[in-house]
Write a protein that binds this ligand. Structure first.
Ligand code: HEC
Ligand code: HEC
Length: 237
């Protein structure tokens, strides 16, 4: 082989290697594993955020989700399926794209949110639609009212600094709304985050929640489940 040819071959090979690397350059990292960075943007989330969302189209795209999250998107009272109504679009997009990427494990739901069940564009549409909804059905609450103790724990453990005094979360920072969510779901997620099982945990939240005992977790979940929709609170101010 003459020199020119070998240079061409070598550059073709490195070009190919470079392309292969670019295609699978994105490797999801989960909480507790080396290299995990909370809220790290996945290539897909960047794409969704650029596209924006159309709530009218989102209503159609939500059809495949109704079996579990119900037609009104308010989930079920026992909390197996969470309420998605009024959640910040940024949070919904973060959760759906991280479930698709395998960062937050949800094998039951994955086939319904994966390609081709929904496209990248439909993620933003669904998020815009869900954010526009208000729940009419009552949510699940704890058996006994522990909201006084729960409120104190929510304040003393600085939970409000991220989730807001009315449980309204923070759209810009992708902190979820926790007000008026089902008790069962709140309790389960706090445990999944505390034990690191929820792959997309915020390390500062893990620290904050780790101090709570079982009955304290129950009190906080009960308190949050009894808070009104954060938007009615804002409107009455
Ligand atoms: C087979 C049942 C099932 C279907 C169908 C389903 N989901 Fe879910 N979804 C779940 C379960 C269960 C959870 C809670 C998982 C957990 O406990 O972490 C969940 C959680 C979520 C969350 C996270 C909520 C939060 O507060 O963090 C979002 C967002 C979501 N689903 C959106 C959707 C969308 C959009 C669709 C349709 C494209 C859909 N789901 C279809 C079962 C389902
Ligand atoms: C540093 C900010 C921060 C602090 C402090 C914090 N959280 Fe969170 N919390 C988050 C984020 C972010 C999530 C969602 C996980 C994700 O997707 O990254 C979350 C999720 C949750 C969820 C599950 C909600 C859902 O829709 O899935 C509950 C419940 C919750 N937090 C309660 C609490 C309580 C109670 C405390 C105080 C002991 C607390 N958090 C402290 C940031 C925080």
């Amino acid at each position: 082989m003459n020199n020119i040819l070998s240079i061409i071959f070598v550059s073709l090979f490195s070009l190919q290697a470079g392309m292969a690397q670019a295609a699978d350059a994105y490797v999801p990292k989960v909480y507790g594993k080396k290299g995990y960075v909370w809220d790290e943007m996945t290539p897909e989330r960047i794409q969704v955020l650029k596209m924006g969302g159309d709530p009218v189209k989102g209503k159609e795209s939500f059809r495949g989700c109704r079996g579990c999250h119900k037609a009104d998107a308010a989930g079920v009272r026992e909390g197996v399926y969470p309420r998605l109504t009024g959640q910040h679009a940024s949070v919904l997009i973060k959760q759906i794209t991280e479930i698709r990427a395998g960062i937050r494990k949800n094998p039951k739901m994955l086939p319904f949110v994966e390609d081709p069940a929904i496209s990248v564009e439909e993620i933003g549409d669904i998020a815009a639609y869900l954010n526009s909804l208000t729940s009419v059905r009552e949510n699940g609450k704890g058996d006994v009212d522990m909201s006084v103790q729960g409120k104190k724990l929510f304040t003393d453990n600085n939970c409000f600094k991220c989730h807001g005094v009315n449980g309204e979360g923070n759209a810009a920072k992708a902190y979820p709304v926790v007000a008026a969510q089902h008790y069962g779901y709140l309790l389960r997620e706090m445990k999944l985050i505390m034990t690191g099982v929820r792959g997309n945990s915020n390390p500062d939240m893990v620290k904050a929640i780790s101090k709570l005992k079982q009955e304290e977790l129950e009190a906080v979940a009960d308190y949050l489940s009894r808070l009104p929709d954060y938007r009615t609170v804002a409107a009455s101010k």
